[in-house]
Design a protein around this ligand. Structure first.
Ligand code: PLP
Length: 480
């Protein structure tokens, strides 16, 4: 055990004994969560393992501090240390991504997107409207003026990628607030290739004339040309918002450069900090200068008090992402996704878009005679943690689905490489080939129940354990 891992082991062991003295069931669940994460193949594309430094930063007294406002301009006294933290998080983000402006307050990806939407509305709709009527702010408006402005704000258009093509629910999906507060339309992918078709996006944008064009995804296994997306946005006068929540780590690690780096092209870029970026759970916004002052009003526009302990952890994670080792990691994430995809393809499986060039592999499980729900459950029984996902024009809908999404960021953090990911593909295909769809209580075909062949779970667990033991999670961390 190194000196540092001995210290970390001692810190966590002592912290858990303090928690134990108050609520032992939470201490027990925390210990169990570590054991579970250590012993399963975590292939959920939106998850990762943050470093002990990031995790430890979250467990401090910064959690107790209110700090509504912005750096140096707070609505509470005594925020000098929060100012240090927030300024550092923003500085690291600007430097890492080459962005003119960064805002570290959003509590999550959804909060970041909501903040971005309202910042765009403030900049593009409310600002010019107030100017036209000679008002400095909304407090100067009469009730009748305000009623008209409310109508203007509430009648704007948003164009984003559809959920079944890989978009996120905040990109205009009807059950989400983004699909309710905007008139929304969605662009899909080419029915043959399942790839993003920029001509289709352009045609939709010309017809729909959105205020906001969103690019970004949760389940699209390919890169996007953001120069082209900006060209389309400019042609129709839209604000280009890129949600890089999933692939921020690949941007930070310079795997996505040139036209594939969204930051220089988007007016506003949002992200989470906990997926491929490998930080704490949270959100972050990057913006061009012209949007900086609207985004800076995220609180009180949409947000309450920032989570100062999480902003501190964002600063630590962003500092880690600025190290050369993060570039090596990010490249390995992309290389491993290719190894996984090739492993599936050589074993006859069908992939959405036929492969990957990011960190996601989307397996179409219909050729195994299964729904996504059945495949996800059978894989979990065998210790392979994934999530089911729609495929384009999914015949099984968004609940049962026809796909399973795999991601490489977490296991790459553990040190998995080409051979391990090829083995993962072998194990997954073995499980799915040996899973039969079940039937309903009435004897009909079920989209949820399944039967896993004898011995499959055991042999998968054994083969996974061999790889996981070779690449321990938090090596040297031993809880007493
Ligand atoms: N945007 C995208 C593209 C995502 O994939 C996600 C999460 O899955 C989010 C936003 C929302 O992030 P959070 O869960 O932190 O709100």
């Amino acid at each position: 055990m190194t000196d540092q891992s001995a210290l970390i082991s001692s810190a966590y062991s002592q912290a858990l004994s303090v928690i134990e003295s108050v609520e032992p069931r939470i201490a027990e669940a925390t210990r169990k969560e570590l054991a579970d994460q250590r012993s399963s193949l975590k292939l959920i594309a939106s998850e990762n393992y943050a470093s002990p430094a990031v995790l430890l930063t979250m467990g401090t007294w910064f959690s107790d501090k209110y700090a509504e406002g912005t750096v140096g301009h707070r609505f509470y006294a005594g925020c000098q240390n929060v100012d240090t933290v927030e300024a550092l998080a923003a500085e690291h983000a600007r430097e890492l991504f080459g962005a003119p402006y960064a805002y570290a307050q959003p509590h999550s990806g959804i909060d970041a997107n909501l903040t971005a939407f309202w910042s765009i509305l403030a900049h593009r709709v409310e600002g010019p409207w107030l100017e036209k009527f000679g008002a400095k702010n909304v407090n100067e408006l009469t009730e009748a003026d305000w009623e008209t402005l409310r109508g203007e704000l509430g009648n704007q258009r948003l164009l984003g990628m559809s959920l079944d093509a890989g978009g996120h629910l905040t990109h205009g999906f009807r059950p989400n607030i983004s699909g309710k507060m905007f008139y929304q339309q969605q662009y899909g992918t080419d029915p043959e290739t399942q790839l993003l078709d920029y001509d289709l996006v352009r045609a939709k944008a010309r017809e729909f004339q959105p205020l906001i064009l969103i690019a970004g995804y949760s389940a699209y296994p390919r890169r996007i040309n953001f120069a082209k997306m900006r060209e389309i946005a400019d042609e129709v006068g839209a604000t280009l918002m890129v949600d890089m929540a999933h692939f921020a780590g690949l941007v930070a690690g310079k795997v996505f450069t040139g036209d594939e780096d969204p930051v220089p092209f988007a007016h506003i870029t949002t992200t989470t900090t906990h997926k491929s970026l490998r930080g704490p759970r949270g959100g972050l916004i990057l913006a061009q200068e012209e949007y900086a002052s609207s985004v800076d009003r995220g609180c009180p526009l949409v947000l309450g008090g920032p989570l100062s302990h999480v902003m501190a952890a964002k600063a630590v994670a962003l500092a880690e992402a600025r190290q050369d080792s993060f570039r090596t990691y990010a490249q390995q994430v992309a290389d491993n996704a290719k190894s996984l995809a090739d492993g599936f393809l050589t074993r006859g499986a069908k992939l959405v878009t036929g492969g990957t060039d990011n960190h996601i592999v989307l397996l179409d499980v219909t050729s195994f005679g299964l729904t996504g729900r059945q495949a996800e459950s059978a894989l979990l029984d065998a210790g392979v943690v994934t999530n089911r996902n729609s495929v384009p024009n999914d015949p099984n809908g968004a609940w049962y689905t026809s796909g399973v999404r795999f991601g490489t960021p977490a296991l790459t953090t553990r040190g998995f490489g080409h051979d391990e990911f090829d083995k993962v593909a072998e194990l997954v295909v073995d499980v799915l080939k040996n899973t039969r769809p079940g039937s309903t209580k009435a004897g009909g075909a079920s989209k949820a129940t399944y039967e896993l062949g004898d011995g499959v779970a055991d042999r998968t667990h054994a083969a996974s354990a061999e790889m996981l033991d070779k690449h321990p999670l938090y090596p040297g961390l031993e809880l007493t």
